[in-house]
Design a protein around this ligand. Structure first.
Ligand code: ATP
Ligand code: MG
Length: 586
């Protein structure tokens, strides 16, 4: 129950709505509980009303109107109940989901790496849905069950204690069987949903990977794999349908038993003259009013259990603190950064159980300088970029920006000063302009065009059907790898960052275009710091400083000329690439 405590503030915000709903449900039940009474009275009047002046058309009309009036009254307040309590649950769901998403956004990149996206999606949809059903339907039906029971029982007991007790015997069985069957159905339903999720992701993979499937002539394999998943989906659905089909007959049989008891015991009482036919008719009315609340007990028990489990899962996420956040050590006086970067004996591992990926790395980049990093795949280049943007904190050593420990700089100040082109380009399903503006929504079109020119994207965009307003991605045009990279470069340039980091961002453009982009960037970055990661010597040779990374450590460091003189790894790469270029131009 402790798990649900975190829900209290969400519900308290709408407490008047809740109270109004509870009042409405009580009034609705007062109306409906009176109906059997009038029906019984009418039946009695008809039964022994053969004498004159008893059953008249006016009397029947009057009774009929009363009964209809009571039904309408009950219906109106039931409507108000739903309008308050179910709407309340939707409002709570809305607040909860928004809080969940903004909390998840604040969690560290490391957490995202280790948590499957599907799990987060399940929390945001299924679990929040289960909590909503607890706040809405479960509360509403509980209130309904309690009031109906109180009213109906009072009425029944005043009529006959004996018939009441006997008629109630089968009802707990109804609740119990609904509870058990409901649990089973939920489990089976979960299986079906999971299978459906697998099926859709399989289908989606086949669609988006269609070129790979074709190229490797794996169509039949893809079709077979899909068919077998589809078959499983059908089997699981059949299992669910069978259990669902059991629900109604079982319930109806048990409820029929109750009615049978009333009919038998009540019938004998009527014969003996203890009760009137109208009394027994009333009883039938009450029993039928109790059916739904009795079913609800079993159902609500499931909702409550699910709600608690789901809230527990959500609480676990809510209790998680972002690993990287401003703290007491943050100096809020820092509102801008210049761009001098210093690594002091930095070592880093991604997780405590993993090996070090950076070992004792030290270097300094002065403001306005360009540092180039070159090295084998997996040597730790991207990791350095991640650390400068403080996506992770160092394991040992220290990073200083403008001579200040990176941890003392407010995170938003640090990241606002950085423009990064990640190794894997990511574009949103938006227009080209929207993608370029991602880090600076208010930038005027002139600036966007300028950034596109620097990234050598402008001419391409001019050729697109809607120019800068062309949508990219699944709903629009497909960009080439190089166009995507250059869009990301334009996005980073538009920010006018004090630190620009290009992680292998020129790998998909030819050397000629690369030269032009680098030349233009040099103008833009004159007073700003750049970090350039590349595999080609042609990209890095003009940098103020070049680092060769090897297995997480710096093996060579200096300018292009200095490194060539060393005659080490760098000059070997250089000679190999010169040779390659010469062979290509043959
Ligand atoms: N999120 C992560 N969690 C755990 N290990 C990681 C993570 N990211 C990278 N690594 C590991 O850290 C090492 C360095 O990776 P990094 O991405 O920095 O290499 P890189 O030099 O950028 O390589 P490439 O040239 O292929 O881009 C690799 O061994 C990699 O497996
Ligand atoms: Mg990398």
């Amino acid at each position: 129950m402790n798990t649900l405590r975190s829900l209290i503030p969400y519900v308290m915000r709408y407490r008047w709505r809740l109270i109004a709903g509870l009042v409405a449900i009580t009034i609705s039940n007062v109306f409906s509980i009176l109906i059997p009474r009038y029906v019984g009275h009418t039946v009695d009047t008809i039964a022994h009303g053969s004498g004159p002046g008893h059953v008249t058309a006016e009397f029947l009309l009057q009774q009929g109107l009363i009964i209809v009036g009571l039904s309408i009254g009950s219906g109106v307040f039931l409507f108000l109940t739903r309008q308050t309590i179910i709407v309340l649950s939707r409002l709570v769901e809305y607040d909860l989901r928004n809080n969940f998403l903004s909390h998840v956004q604040s969690l560290s990149v490391g957490w995202f790496n280790n948590t499957p996206t599907g799990d987060v999606m399940a929390l945001a949809t299924n679990d929040i849905g289960a909590v909503r059903e607890f706040v809405g339907p479960a509360v509403m039906y509980t209130a309904n069950t309690i009031t109906t029971f109180l009213f109906a029982m009072t009425m029944m007991l005043t009529l006959s204690v004996k018939i009441t007790l006997l008629a109630l015997i089968p009802l707990p069985l109804v609740s119990y069987s609904v509870y058990r069957l409901g649990k089973r159905i939920h489990g089976l339903f979960g299986d079906v949903q999971k299978q459906y999720a697998d099926l859709t992701s399989q289908a989606q993979e086949n669609m988006s990977g269609v070129r790979v499937v074709r190229a490797y002539v794996r169509e039949q394999y893809a079709i077979d794999a899909f068919a077998s998943m589809s078959r499983l989906y059908r089997t699981k659905n059949m299992r669910l349908v069978k259990t669902q089909a059991l629900m109604m007959p079982v319930m109806m049989a048990l409820i029929g038993l109750s009615q049978l008891i009333v009919l038998g015991v009540g019938g004998l009482d009527v014969a003996r003259g203890v009760h009137t036919i109208g009394d027994i008719t009333q009883f039938f009315g009450y029993i039928s009013q109790l059916i739904w609340p009795v079913i609800a007990i079993g159902w609500v028990t499931n909702l409550v259990q699910r709600g608690i489990v789901s809230m527990g899962r959500l609480n676990k996420i809510f209790d998680m603190k972002p690993e990287i956040a401003d703290s007491s050590g943050t100096d809020n006086m820092v509102t801008a950064i210049g761009g001098r970067i210093e690594f002091r004996n930095v070592s880093f591992r991604y997780r405590p159980e993993l090996p070090l990926v950076l070992k004792d790395v030290s270097f300094t980049v002065n403001r306005g300088d360009t540092l180039a990093i070159i090295g084998r795949t997996g040597s730790g280049k991207t990791t350095i970029v991640n650390l400068i943007a403080r996506m992770y904190d160092v394991t040992e050593g220290e990073i200083l920006i403008d001579g200040r420990p990176i941890k003392s700089i407010p995170i938003h100040v640090l990241r606002s000063a950085i423009g990064v082109v990640t190794q894997e380009t990511f574009l949103f399903s938006d227009t080209i302009a929207g993608n370029i503006r991602f880090g600076r929504r208010e930038a005027p079109m002139g600036k966007v065009e300028e950034a596109a020119k620097i990234a050598r994207l402008y001419d391409n965009v001019e050729g697109f059907p809607n120019k800068f307003e062309t949508i990219v991605g699944e709903r629009g045009i497909t960009l080439s790898g190089g166009q995507k990279q250059r869009t990301s470069i334009a996005r980073a340039v538009l920010r006018e960052p004090n630190i620009l980091m290009l992680d292998d961002a020129l790998s998909a453009v030819d050397t000629e275009t690369e030269d032009e982009i680098l030349m233009r960037l040099r103008d833009v970055m004159r007073n700003r710091t750049s970090i350039l990661i590349a595999h080609r010597i042609s990209t890095v040779k003009d940098a103020d400083q070049i680092i060769v990374l090897d297995h997480g450590g710096i093996s060579e460091q200096g300018t292009h000329e200095e490194l060539l003189e060393l005659r080490g790894e760098y000059s070997r790469i250089y000679e190999r690439q010169l040779l390659e270029a010469a062979l290509e131009s043959l």
